[in-house]
Structure formats: C-alpha cells, structure tokens
Design a protein around this ligand. Structure first.
Ligand SMILES: *Cc1c(COP(=O)(O)O)cnc(C)c1O
Length: 447
C-alpha cells in the first residue's frame, strides 16, 4: 500500500515515509492509494482470535513491501497487550423494544490511558521502533498537549528503543490526573511544563520543527492524531468487532462512531472499503455538528468549536474530513448513502448516562453515552436501513470523566487501575518559559 496527499494525487509515499513525515509536504493528509480486497480474509476471522493476532495477520496483507510477517509479529504483539471488548447493553426505551436490533458497545478503553487513542498511539510507537531499529537510527517525538491526548502518546512510547518523547503542556492548565499521567513515567518520556497556554506550546513545537539547526542535529518527528500510522490500526477493531458478531448480526451491522476530528470514523470507512460488509455508519456528534449538517444539506461549513460535555469531540473544522471526502471522491450523495449524521445535545448525553446507570447499573462516559443516544435515535426515528445490530463505539472509560458522571448519576464511577496507579507516583517535569529558544536549548542539551 502506498500513500498520496489529499491535496495532490500525484504525490506518492511509502508507509515508512508517511509515518515519519506525519503531514504531506503540501500540507495535505496522507491517504492510501490502493484499495486491497480483503473480504475473504475478514470473513475467515473467528471470535476466538485475539486482537493482537488479528492485527498481526492483517499487516502483511496491507503492507507487503514495508512489513514482513516476522516484523508484523513483533509490531502487533508489542503494540497490543490490551484488547477491545464487545458488550451488549439493553435499553428500557419502548420504541427500541419494537425492533429486534441489539445495541452493543465496542469498549476501546482498556489500554494504558483508558481511551481509544491508545490503539493508534501504541501501534505507531511499535511501528516507529521497528523501522528505526532497522535503520539503526534514533528519533525524538515532539508534541504539545492540552491534557488528554498527550497521555496516550506518553504511555505508548514509554520504554520504546530508539525513541525519546518530549511533551509540552501548559502549566496549571491541565487537570491534576492528566498532569500525573504526563509526568510520572520518566525514562525516555520528558515532560516540559510550559509557563504559558496550550497555544504557546503548539507554537513552540511548530517553530522547533522548522528550525534549521535542530533539523540538522536531531531527527524530530511528530505523533499527532492525523498520522496515518495512528489511523490504520483503528480500522482493525471494526474488523475484530465484526468477527465477534453472530451470523445474523453480521447481516445487518451498523457502526455508530462518536466523532470530533473524524479519525475514528474514517478508519471504519477504510475497513469497509477493504471489504468489511458493514451496512452503514452513524457519525454521532455533539452540537459541533458540521459533518451531520453536511450530510443533510450537502454544504460544508466549518466554524469555531463550542464547548460541550463531550469535550474530546469539540471540533469545528475536523481535519479528517479531507480524508473522508476523498474516499467518496467528493460525492456528497454517495457519502450520505453510507453515513448518517446524528447530533446529540448535552442534556441528552446527561440523561443517557443517568438512564443506563439507573436501569442497567452501568456507567458510561459522556462520549460513549452520546454514541449510545445516537444509536437509540437511529432506531427510534426509523432511519433506513434497519439494522440487526448496532455497534456503538465506547471511546473512553467513565472513570476519566468523574465529575460529569457524578453529576448525571449521583455516584462516582470506579477509577480504572491504570489511572489509580499514577496518582501516587512523583511528578518529574522541567519547568520552562514559553520561548522556543528555551525549548531548543533543552533539545540540544539532551539529544
Ligand atoms: C478523540 C476522542 C473522540 C473523537 O475521535 P475522533 O477520531 O477525533 O473523531 C471521541 N471520544 C474520545 C473520548 C476521544 O478522546
């Protein structure tokens, strides 16, 4: 599989190149050129296959030129010591009981930072480690975080050979738990606490990437969410989920994806392009409803984001829309045929968390709850086609959003063991001014 840019289809890059560059030289996103037909392989996967084994067997089919079966074994087994889980939930809603459809949650929050971004980050780390070992080279990942996404990257790259990670975060502006997740690892993970805002952190990272002296002396690379090496493995859990459905459920299976930057949905659509027989997708958003509106009206109107309870989805101009659109060749009608857009209010989200706690005794995080609500509405409001099974993606552990879950249910969900463990570890961070010069000095001194 080779990659081109969403902005210039004459550009061509290998997987290895696309992974280390992150962004295409023309500012577009890397996107697969070939569409392999892997339907028979997908249908051969049994429910007993572990997620790591399934990933291992997919890789050589997708990247015959870059990943040998032996390398696939090392990458997949190192990347995925954790696995998704598929759980059926019940709903007391009258309208739902008229249909035969089941709703299942695909739990993607059993990794080290308890959110689905662990899958992409962990795979990218394993791939980079493999490629760098091959080249006997060393790289420094430089990244800025406003809190949440940085922890998936930090955990994913922790103890990887040939790689150091430098993470900038705004001092006093991340939650105490987030700060612990970023600063307690040590080893090859270097946390820089910046006296400034998240925008300062982002500016410093951008300026460091174009600094001639730094690029001469250090192999700097990014691991941000638009990297194709983070997108590809997200397609794997749709395939894994499908393998874990009954024959009947597979006949009419719809995936509902709580979306912000639309990476997760794009990955699902890629799996479908490669032959996964999915009936349709639901793009579920909060009031930042640029894509649902596009699907309804055919006009794409990006705008500033609005703050909501599902804040990892507060995106007003989703970067992966370029990729989605290019999969459907910019054809709005075709995209709407395969993707329904449903947006959900904060009140509905809170009500859904409360309702599932009261009736089923389960805690949902706000992002997952939003997806469940969109799934229910797909059934209640009679969208077509009617599914046999709705698989709604569970994107974060409820223990990551204690305040919101408590507001909805009056109860505190349990903190997952992975998060509990960091609370008592000492913080290790270097405090720096919001100046690129200081960042540069740190990098030159350490690498
Ligand atoms: C990042 C994130 C999302 C949105 O995913 P996209 O790929 O950006 O659409 C949803 N839920 C949670 C918990 C997230 O962290």
């Amino acid at each position: 599989m080779h990659f081109t840019s969403t902005r210039n289809s004459t550009l061509r890059a290998s997987f290895r190149e696309a992974v280390f560059k992150g962004l295409a030289p023309d500012g577009g996103l890397y996107h697969p050129i070939e569409t392999p037909d892997l339907k028979d392989l997908f249908l051969s996967f049994s429910p007993s296959l572990s997620f790591a084994d399934l990933s291992e067997s997919l890789l050589p089919h997708l990247f015959p030129e870059d990943i040998t079966p032996l390398a696939a074994n090392r990458i997949a087994q190192r990347a995925f010591p954790f696995s998704p889980a598929l759980k059926e939930i019940h709903s007391q809603l009258g309208a739902l009981q008229k249909t035969h459809a089941t709703i299942k949650i695909l739990e993607l929050f059993h990794g080290p930072s308890c959110a689905f971004k662990d899958f992409g980050a962990s795979f990218l780390a394993a791939v980079m480690e493999e490629f760098l070992k091959d080249e006997a080279s060393h790289a420094v990942i430089l990244t800025a975080t406003s809190g949440d996404t940085g922890s998936a990257v930090a955990r994913a790259f922790y103890k990887r050979d040939h790689i150091d990670v430098v993470i900038l975060y705004p001092s006093q502006r991340v939650s105490p738990l987030q700060e612990k997740q970023l600063t307690t690892l040590g080893g090859n993970i270097h946390a820089l606490e910046v006296k400034g805002s998240f925008d300062d952190c982002q500016r410093m990272v951008k300026e460091a990437f174009v600094d001639p002296e730094l690029s001469r002396k250090i192999r700097l690379t990014s691991a941000n969410s638009i990297n194709i090496g983070r997108l590809i493995p997200q397609a794997f859990y749709y395939i894994w989920a499908f393998a874990n459905l009954s024959r009947d459920e597979q006949e009419g299976c719809i995936f509902c994806v709580p979306s912000g930057n639309f990476g997760n949905l794009t990955a699902g659509v890629l799996a479908w392009k490669w032959g996964l027989p999915v009936t349709r997708f639901i793009a579920a958003t909060n009031i930042n409803k640029v894509v649902p509106e596009y699907l309804q009206e055919g006009v794409y109107k990006p705008r500033s984001s609005v703050k909501t309870l599902s804040n990892a989805m507060d995106v007003g101009n989703p970067s992966n829309f370029e990729r989605l659109s290019s999969i459907f060749h910019g054809n709005h009608g075709e995209m709407h045929r395969w993707i329904e857009g449903i947006w959900v209010t904060d009140d509905e989200t809170l009500d859904t968390i409360r309702r599932y706690y009261e009736t089923e005794g389960i805690f949902l995080d706000p992002h997952t709850a939003l997806g469940v609500r969109a799934s229910e509405r797909y059934l209640e409001e009679g969208y077509n086609p009617t599914p046999n099974c709705l698989v709604s993606l569970g994107t974060a552990h409820p223990g990551k959003f204690l305040e919101i879950v408590e507001e909805a249910t009056g109860k505190l969900p349990p903190l997952p063991a992975q998060l509990e463990a960091v609370l008592n570890l000492p913080k290790q961070a270097t405090l720096i001014e919001n100046s690129t010069e200081e960042l540069k000095r740190f990098l030159l001194e350490h690498f």
